[in-house]
Write a protein that binds this ligand. Structure first.
Ligand SMILES: *[C@@H]1O[C@H](CO)[C@@H](O)[C@H](O)[C@H]1NC(C)=O
Ligand SMILES: *[C@@H]1O[C@H](CO)[C@@H](O)[C@H](O)[C@H]1NC(C)=O
Ligand SMILES: *[C@@H]1O[C@H](CO)[C@@H](O)[C@H](O)[C@H]1NC(C)=O
Ligand SMILES: *[C@@H]1O[C@H](CO)[C@@H](O)[C@H](O)[C@H]1NC(C)=O
Ligand SMILES: *[C@@H]1O[C@H](CO)[C@@H](O)[C@H](O)[C@H]1NC(C)=O
Length: 593
């Protein structure tokens, strides 16, 4: 939307007598050209507009360009390449004549001039128009003295296309040298020019020494530990944050299976927040939708973790390089709020990989056994959060194996194993705002699995539901379904095992935290050197079987004819919800079980 607004610049122009005015215009925008200044008036004068020497007909009501107010203006909307050329306005009365001219050039490309410090990473921006599907990546060229040289992100490890097949075709050039200065061009595969970047490389000014002075105070105490507003405030933050993440993920992956645990991501970010100061603190607070003066956020996270402990176990951990000295008050608060005593990293990458993967396996109850392939020797700090969820069905499903057909988004049928129950207590209702049929299956440990079934298997119907899925709509849905009386229904669900690794680095950027990759103020945690974020990951696993849900959930339900029926044998969205804490634990989408 923002980009569209940008393209819709309405140019109000001050006019310049006789000396033709040169104008660059972006296609799709609107252009208004005045014939003469507002102060002057020419009563009774005849006004004629010409485009490339040909008169523009003033009497065509919806023509483009359209002559307005008897010739005082012409208006062009939307501007296209055909509008490129010379426009002139001739005013003639008895004793004088005046001509105003404009040279209009239409250019879709954006010109950027970017200044970076030698040795740093340069981001070169390039965007496709927001409308339309991205079928091929843009091509980036280096304008050298010997012509344009195609950059090869695959073959050159200094160059990386950040978001392949996304509307954002930004590339980065790592470790920029003086020889990289110059012009870079981004073109679509069809040859349309999208952006031109003039890269200026400068030698770093003698950088001010890293200083945490003024930033080493501990996290503020929570003034009112028993305040009634703390808990609902955190619930709101988590739900808002969760739905924001879902919307980022669905945009980048419109049709595949999805799964993530918002509670785990917020657990890691709020732990990091404990040591963040200055702008980094503000950026994380904004990202996790927490008000700046909400000093009780860590205490509330602790209470939430304790409240959920019956069904969801959450664990945090910090690994750090033995060469750095973590601040003692941070260590104390980390233990107090996150039950995490920082642990030193070992000598080799293999030992660290092994240590971290076994911690992850242990804390996820062996559901996720592998997270990292290696640990770089330059790693200073690693912050981890793991959650493990187990919820059993209130009534067990039939053990006899059954098979059925799930209809995918493209209409293909896939054979799936089914969970079947002839008479299961389900609360279900059609939620108008979400345009979806919603069923709630209660689990042990005060949690529920909500399944949101769009009107059909079509992508457009799935998208209708996803677009309406805001935090407010989800809260209303939960209330509405909780008011619905459960009834006996014949339930058929697909058996599912999802194991998904959403792109956390992309999420970090979308959350407005890309500055953490360049410089993070973690002065509360460690104040001796500057640290920067270099990698972020998320992996979620969810299995749905005869016993219940492990770590997350996926479901298919169907009812026999004599009962009302709810059949999810086509793509659906699901939310694993904690009824006690009133926050989402896992969110997923099943398009291919
Ligand atoms: C953008 O830069 C290119 C090359 O530097 C130049 O040819 C073009 O005229 C510029 N366009 C605008 C709108 O300034
Ligand atoms: C662009 O071309 C110049 C040579 O003209 C080269 O030195 C520089 O490394 C190139 N930049 C990239 C990012 O490949
Ligand atoms: C550690 O933090 C405390 C307060 O949080 C501060 O007073 C102290 O100076 C810090 N220590 C270092 C080494 O930065
Ligand atoms: C590191 O790994 C090596 C080889 O796998 C092993 O022999 C050694 O005991 C490990 N060290 C620690 C501290 O775990
Ligand atoms: C995790 O580690 C603890 C302590 O070593 C152990 O008691 C527990 O059984 C482990 N859990 C798993 C799932 O391996």
């Amino acid at each position: 939307m923002k980009q569209q607004a940008l393209l819709c610049l309405l140019l109000q122009l001050a006019f310049e007598l006789s000396s033709g005015t040169n104008l660059w215009v972006v296609p799709g925008s609107s252009l208004e050209l005045p014939c003469f200044s507002f102060q002057t008036d020419f009563p009774g004068a005849a006004i004629t507009w010409k485009f490339n020497g040909n008169e523009i007909n003033a009497n065509t009501p919806n023509g483009s360009p359209r002559v307005k107010q008897g010739g005082r203006y012409i208006f062009i909307s939307p501007v296209t390449a055909a509008n490129e050329g010379d426009y002139s306005c001739l005013i003639k009365d008895n004793d004088r004549e005046m001509i105003t001219t404009y040279k209009v050039r239409v250019d879709a490309s954006f010109n950027y001039s970017i200044k970076v410090i030698k040795g740093s990473t340069a981001h070169l921006p390039c965007h496709f128009q927001p409308a339309g599907e991205v079928k091929a990546n843009a091509l980036w060229f280096n304008e050298t003295g010997l012509g344009n040289e195609l950059l090869n992100p695959e073959g050159d490890n200094r160059v990386e296309l950040l978001y392949p097949l996304d509307h954002d075709q930004t590339i980065i050039i790592r470790d920029v040298g003086m020889q990289d200065a110059g012009t870079y061009l981004c073109r679509s595969a069809e040859g349309a020019k999208l952006s031109s970047v003039n890269l200026i490389v400068e030698v770093a000014p003698t950088a001010p020494p890293h200083s945490c002075s003024g930033f080493t105070t501990p996290w503020e105490p929570c003034q009112d530990e028993n305040s009634r507003t703390g808990e609902p405030m955190l619930q709101e933050s988590i739900t808002e944050f969760s739905m924001k993440l879902y919307s980022y993920l669905r945009e980048s992956q419109p049709s595949s299976n999805l799964l993530f645990s918002p509670i785990s991501i917020i657990g890691a970010l709020s732990h990091l927040l404990l040591g963040a100061r200055g702008d980094t603190r503000k950026a994380i607070e904004r990202a996790v939708c927490v008000p700046h003066d909400f000093h009780c956020v860590h205490l509330q996270m602790k209470k939430l973790r304790e409240k959920l402990a019956g069904s969801l176990q959450m664990a945090s951990q910090i690994y750090y390089n033995p060469e750095i000295n973590l601040n003692q008050s941070f260590i104390d608060q980390s233990i107090q709020f996150y039950d995490a005593k920082p642990v030193m990293l070992l000598d080799t990458s293999e030992n660290n990989t092994e240590m971290i993967n076994s911690w992850v396996a242990n804390k996820t109850n062996n559901k996720i056994q592998h997270l990292v392939d290696s640990v770089s020797p330059s790693t200073q700090l690693m912050l981890l959060n793991a959650v493990s969820f187990t919820g059993q069905w209130k009534v067990k499903y039939e053990m006899k194996p059954r098979k059925g057909l799930f209809t995918k988004l493209d209409g293909d049928l896939v054979n799936v194993q089914l969970l079947y129950h002839p008479k299961y207590m389900v609360a279900m209702t059609y939620v108008v705002q979400l345009k979806a049929q919603v069923a709630r299956l209660a689990l042990t440990g005060d949690s529920s699995l909500y399944i949101l079934l769009p009107s059909s298997r079509k992508v457009s119907d799935l998208q209708l539901v996803e677009e309406s899925l805001t935090d407010t709509a989800v809260r209303q849905m939960i209330q509405e379904v909780q008011k619905t009386t459960p009834e006996h229904v014949e339930v058929t669900l697909p058996k599912i095992e999802l194991d998904v690794q959403p792109d956390m680095n992309m999420l970090i950027k979308k959350l407005g935290l890309s500055s953490l990759f360049e410089s993070s103020n973690l002065c509360g945690l460690y104040s001796e050197e500057r640290v920067v974020l270099d990698d972020a990951r998320h992996r979620a696993f969810l299995a749905l079987n005869e016993q219940g849900v492990e770590a997350g959930a996926v479901t298919t339900i169907s009812f026999s004819r004599s009962f009302p029926s709810f059949s999810a044998l086509r793509p659906f969205i699901m939310l694993l919800w904690s009824d006690t804490a009133n926050v989402p634990l896992f969110i997923g989408r099943v398009t291919d079980p």
